[in-house]
Design a protein around this ligand. Structure first.
Ligand code: TYD
Ligand code: MG
Length: 472
């Protein structure tokens, strides 16, 4: 039987199929399948072997106790997401939509490292040298002594890095523009991206420098998404945010040298990215009290408490099935909450369009936000503002019960710091071990069931004022 000469790989999820298709069977993405040429796979037979096999060495688990040395970039929001700085010999993938600020962030980090006396190389395959210089001028970084090059030929790049001496960081902007001549496909295809990354990571490991690969994520799949190389690198960071908003959030999704749930918050301004050491104040800056449909969620992102405003708008449905639209939150989680509110608490949303928004462009994945979302929904349904001095957190179960969430103390402390005076949270279980470790100055409204929350609102309003019908 003839051996297949090529296979097809999905750029979004990495699934391999023998045949091309317009849509990936595995992840359902459209136009994401690309051909990859297969080279004759080397077998283990002695014929093709280039060198005699050597014995591998086994060692014990103890080793040296010292943690890996790290190079701090001096941008603490970035260092925290990295787990304390760049680890020599590691590879980091920085993904994100085009134009979100990846090159800006890396240029700032590279310049900061270079200023601390380390050797940094910035290789741009996307922008010409003058463009990068222009940006550096705008960011006030021209005094930093870093090596800048515009190159896409990976053979040249790797050969240069082999002789580059004691380098701390190499930035490759972006991996989709890199090109290895022995691979028979265009830059940006799965095979090029994979082969180029492999060579760069190997160079990083042998020469002990950290390499940061920039990868664009595109929805239309015109170029290979960096998903296929997530498993090849040590850390994957995503830079997210709305280009219309000034906030940018750096999120760790994989990290072999640190926690993955950390976020770094930045603000994009005239002079590049500024760190936001206190994101809560920023996320709440535009909040206007006394508006129905808004509730403040006391969340935890990584090791940091973050307060954000959840906004909900209800609109009469013009016929057809009602719309459910969410920004920054999981839409199936919203459907679940609506179902619980309807079935367990008698608040009906079946004739209303529901729009839910996490203000400031943050994306929340914690179930602890359930209670705040429910409060925003009930507040909108009853047209009664939530108490502007109150924060909410707690998970809602399918029977409407409010469940405990982790780190209640940290959430309360942050709320207190930002001038809130009360908190609505899950009822503590009497058994003692769930008691709050630290006393808080906030008034605590502990609730056990979602209907308790509904009762608080319906007590304040006349039923006729409500847009959604309250049937109980
Ligand atoms: P960039 O870093 O080029 O994005 P990426 O590398 O992810 O494609 O950022 C480009 C955007 O950032 C661009 O729309 C302009 C904006 N920007 C600022 O608002 N302020 C600045 O100081 C800089 C350098 C860029
Ligand atoms: Mg860029």
């Amino acid at each position: 039987m003839a051996r297949p000469v090529s296979r097809f790989v999905c750029a979004e999820c990495g699934a391999v199929t023998p045949k091309w298709a317009g849509r990936c069977e595995t992840c359902q993405a459209w136009n994401s399948i690309f051909e990859e040429k297969l080279e004759a796979a080397p077998g283990l037979s002695a014929k093709g072997a280039k060198s005699a096999a050597r014995r591998i060495e086994f060692v014990d688990l103890a080793g040296s106790a010292a943690p890996p040395p790290r190079a701090e970039t001096g941008i603490s929001e970035l260092d925290r997401v990295l787990g304390g700085g760049l680890v020599p010999g590691s590879a980091v993938l920085l993904g994100g939509d085009p134009g979100i600020g990846k090159s800006t962030l890396l240029l700032q980090a590279a310049a900061s490292l270079a200023r601390s006396g380390r050797k940094v190389l910035y290789i741009s395959g996307e922008e010409a040298i003058e463009q990068v210089r222009l940006r550096a001028r705008r960011l006030g970084l021209t005094d930093a002594k870093l090596g800048l090059a515009a190159a896409i030929n990976l053979r040249d790049i790797v050969a240069t890095l082999e002789t580059a001496g004691d380098t701390t960081l190499v930035v490759i902007d972006s991996i989709q523009t890199m090109w290895l001549d022995e691979i028979d496909s265009a830059p940006g295809t799965v095979s090029q991206v994979r082969a180029c990354s492999f060579e760069l990571i190997r160079a990083a490991k042998t020469r002990n420098f950290a390499v940061v690969l920039v990868g664009h994520v595109t929805k239309d799949g015109a170029i290979a998404g960096p998903r296929v190389l997530e498993h090849m690198v040590d850390a994957v960071l995503y830079f997210e945010g709305d280009r219309g908003h000034q906030f940018r959030i750096l999120r760790g999704v994989k990290n072999r040298f640190g926690a993955t749930d950390e976020i770094g918050v930045f603000e994009m301004g005239e002079n590049g990215l500024a760190e936001v050491p206190n994101p809560s104040a920023l996320f709440l800056a535009e909040r206007r009290g006394n508006i129905a449909g808004s509730a403040v969620f006391a969340g935890i992102e990584g090791t940091r408490p973050v307060l954000v405003e959840i906004q909900c708008l209800l609109a009469a449905n013009a016929g057809g099935s009602p719309r459910r639209s969410t920004v920054g939150w999981d839409s199936s989680r919203l459907s679940m909450l609506l179902a619980v509110l309807e079935t367990r608490c008698g608040v009906k949303f079946n004739a209303t369009d529901v729009y839910l928004n996490v203000a400031g462009g943050l994306r929340i994945s914690e179930p602890a936000a359930d209670l705040a979302v429910a409060a925003a929904l009930i507040s909108a349904a009853t047209e009664t503002p939530t108490d502007p001095g109150m924060v909410f957190f707690g998970e809602v179960g399918l029977s409407g019960e409010i469940r405990q969430v982790a780190q209640a103390e940290a959430r309360l402390k942050e709320a207190e710091k930002l001038g809130f005076d009360s908190a609505c949270l899950p009822r503590r279980i009497a058994s003692g071990n769930r008691k709050l470790a630290a006393p808080t100055g906030l008034t605590l409204r502990e609730i056990g069931h979602l209907s308790d929350l509904v009762a608080r609102f319906s007590g304040k309003t006349s039923a006729s004022a409500s847009r959604a019908t309250m049937s109980s």
